[in-house]
Design a protein around this ligand. Structure first.
Ligand code: R5P
Length: 317
């Protein structure tokens, strides 16, 4: 009888379990686009309200033993979206997910990263504690107000940037041009834009008078006869951009000013303020839902590919 060759048993191939992408109610379209970029379906999850207004969360996707990515920019109402995100994270953790990553392209309270008067809370730190209470393992965010915010989180923070994506839409700005930082805090961001566009930077000396009003005290750098591209992390009430645009026009910049910011919140008087400036164009990403209509030309850059890239990198890690 011929001897049978003894072959080692085939080792069961370990199949990579795909991550689960879930959407909160803040921006389901963005979550769907991130999932699409990854070639995954959006996980089933329902967020409704109890009669008294409390969130009623129902994670129906199978998250047991899987890496979950919760996509939820904490756009206004910031507190509501933040709490919803925390509850979603808690639900996933209790369903024995392997890990929970909060994908928060716009992080509210990030501007409260330090105390100015000593009489206010450290808002960014409190937000970090809240998300930690929900049991998040990691945070993915986009163009935080300042990198110092990362220090508030005990968990690893993946800090993505929309600058290269925004720059793609700015190459057609008429030359000669200059990148304008609307305040001292935005100088590094302005330098990043300027490097990619091959332009110089000018800086507006801004003074904040209230939550929605600011004043420009002067411009440092050359803007005379140049097309100004004002760049910022966010457009909230539009007060900062309004003051910066007026300051550079007063200093002799060409009238067709372009504005670019990662987060287009457009709250309060923002739309009217920006309309009155007769801007050439406003460029933002869809880190938060864009307004359906604007009284000025709004160019919205999809940010899902940038977020999906981060998820891919983390998933391969
Ligand atoms: C402030 O330091 C930020 O970078 C933005 O310039 C500011 O928060 C924008 O807010 P608003 O549009 O209300 O002036």
């Amino acid at each position: 009888m011929p001897r049978r060759s003894i072959e080692p048993p085939l080792r069961a191939k370990t199949q990579a379990v795909p991550p689960v992408i879930l959407a909160g109610s803040a921006h389901p379209a963005l979550a769907a686009n991130v999932a699409k970029e990854l070639g995954l379906p959006l996980g089933a999850c329902e967020v409704t309200r109890f009669p008294d207004g409390e969130f009623e969360i129902d994670v129906r996707a199978d998250v047991r033993g899987r890496d979950v990515y919760l996509v939820q920019p904490t756009r206004p109402p910031v507190g509501e979206h933040l709490l919803e995100l925390t509850l979603l994270a808690d639900a996933c953790r209790r369903l024995c997910s392997k890990s929970v990553t909060a994908v928060v392209p716009y992080l509210g309270y990030a501007r409260q990263d330090r105390r100015e008067t000593g009489r206010e809370p450290l808002g960014a730190r409190v937000v970090a504690e809240l998300l930690a209470a929900g049991g998040i393992d990691r945070l993915v965010c986009l163009d935080l107000h300042s990198r110092a915010v990362e220090g508030c989180f005990p968990q690893p923070v993946e800090h993505a940037t929309a600058v290269p994506a925004l720059v793609q839409r700015l190459f057609d700005v008429p030359r000669p041009a200059v990148v304008v930082s609307p305040d001292l805090g935005a100088v590094k961001r302005a330098e990043a834009f300027a490097r990619l566009l091959g332009l110089n930077v000018a800086i507006v000396h801004k003074q904040r008078l209230s939550g929605s009003d600011v004043a420009a005290r002067g411009v440092v750098g050359e803007v005379k006869g140049l097309h100004a591209v004002v760049v910022d992390d966010m457009l909230s009430t539009g007060g900062t951009v309004e003051a910066a645009v007026k300051a550079v026009l007063e200093a002799g910049a060409k009238p067709e000013v372009t504005v670019a910011a990662t987060h287009g919140l457009f709250v309060g008087p923002a739309l009217e303020r920006l309309a009155a400036l007769k801007l050439k164009r406003v460029v933002v990403t869809d880190s938060v839902p864009a307004p359906a209509q604007t009284p000025f030309t709004l160019d919205v850059v999809p940010i899902a590919p940038v977020l999906a890239d981060v998820v891919k990198r983390l998933d391969g890690a």
